[in-house]
Design a protein around this ligand. Structure first.
Ligand code: NAD
Ligand code: LMR
Length: 330
């Protein structure tokens, strides 16, 4: 068996961090061969071609074929999974939403090319920022491909939240489960620990032992630290996250393809009105992956404190949707 993966922005930083992990079998395991289609713009072709040479030199047993192109019709031909990474990253002092006009225009034509050339069961993961609204644009342009096949990466935010909680509680990160990211992959996101556990016990109890007023610690320390972690990385390393973003992309696509069972994770997926999120928006929700589909976990009943934070982030998604409509991108 083999799976065809299209990676846009393959000559960029995240592309370079992703390619060798995909070739090594980190997405689908040791029995599934992969065919890679690397889509770039002309300015990025040389870097993608260089990466393709290095892939060959890696002698990866699972890697069946690599194609480098700047033609979306070729790039998306026969794709089973499309990873839309190619877009400009933000620099210091910018919010991700500032990239809407620079990057939004990339995703309509790519959505149309996916509809025209990818396999009928294609799954699309958007990483390029602002990821939720770029996914919305791509889905809206992909006639005949259900919007449910498009998702935006918020797994990096979930991984960041779990990592920070593990450090806070002095436990391995694998002991932390059930953290949910709601809303936008932006500074308004709501990392929710109401149903999270540490070593199987409610994490709120463990946090209460350290911080009497857990809500204050969450509101003043934890939530802003997670939500602004991307900016912190940009400030400290001088450019936006790369290896952690590639790692989260691997986690997300592997879960999409192989399923999560009862484990809950987070992804930006199309709303049908769940939790009051306007239908059609691509918002992060608690999800499971079942039979090749993202399913929103329902019945969690966020309280007023959580509701206010979810609504704030969803309001930003509405603003972004209206802004791209005004730009003629939707
Ligand atoms: P980069 O500048 O290193 O690479 C981007 C690549 O995309 C470049 O090689 C560029 O030539 C290519 N590209 C631009 N337009 C393209 C198009 N139309 N088709 C194909 N390729 C195109 O940037 P990076 O560090 O790899 O980041 C890529 C994107 O991922 C940025 O928008 C960044 O903000 C975003 N990002 C998202 C998350 C997340 O969690 N969702 C995390 C990290 C970064
Ligand atoms: C991140 O979260 O690291 C990325 O979305 C890059 C950014 O601009 O923050």
């Amino acid at each position: 068996m083999s799976t065809t993966i299209t990676l846009t922005g393959a000559g960029g930083q995240i592309g370079y961090a992703l390619l060798f992990r995909i070739a090594a079998g980190d997405l689908f395991g040791p029995d599934e061969r992969v065919r890679l289609r690397l889509l770039e713009i002309p300015a990025g072709l040389a870097a993608a071609e260089g990466a393709a040479l290095e892939l060959q030199d890696g002698a990866f047993g699972l890697l069946e074929h690599v194609e480098v192109t700047d033609d979306p019709a070729v790039g998306f031909d026969g794709a089973d999974h499309a990873l839309l990474v190619g877009a400009r990253p933000r620099g210091p002092g910018m919010e991700r939403g500032d990239l809407l006009s620079a990057n939004g225009g990339i995703f309509g034509p790519q959505g149309a090319a996916i509809a025209a050339h990818a396999n009928s069961g294609v799954r699309v993961t958007v990483v390029g920022n602002p990821a939720n609204t770029n996914a919305l644009i791509a889905a809206a342009s992909a006639d005949g491909v259900p919007a449910e096949r498009f998702s935006a990466l918020t797994r990096l935010d979930e991984n960041r939240a779990r990592g920070l909680l593990a450090v806070e509680l002095g436990v391995p990160v694998s002991d932390i489960a059930g953290v949910t990211i709601w809303g936008n992959h932006s500074a308004t996101q709501f990392p929710d620990v109401a149903h999270a556990t540490v070593q199987g016990r409610p994490i709120l109890d463990a946090l209460a032992e350290r911080h009497g007023d857990v809500r204050a610690w969450l509101a003043e320390t934890f939530i802003p630290r997670v939500a602004k972690r991307g900016a912190e990385i940009i400030q400290v390393r001088g450019s936006s996250s790369v290896a952690s973003a590639a790692n989260a992309t691997i986690d997300h696509v592997r879960d999409a393809a192989l399923g999560t069972g009862e484990r809950r994770t987070s992804a930006g997926v199309v709303s049908h009105g769940e939790y009051g999120v306007p239908a059609g928006l691509i918002s992060s929700f608690p999800v499971r992956s079942v039979d090749g589909e993202w399913r929103i976990v329902e019945g969690l009943d966020p309280d007023a404190w959580a509701r206010e934070r979810i609504d704030r982030s969803v309001a930003e998604l509405v603003e972004e949707r209206d802004a791209v409509r005004a730009l003629g991108l939707l």
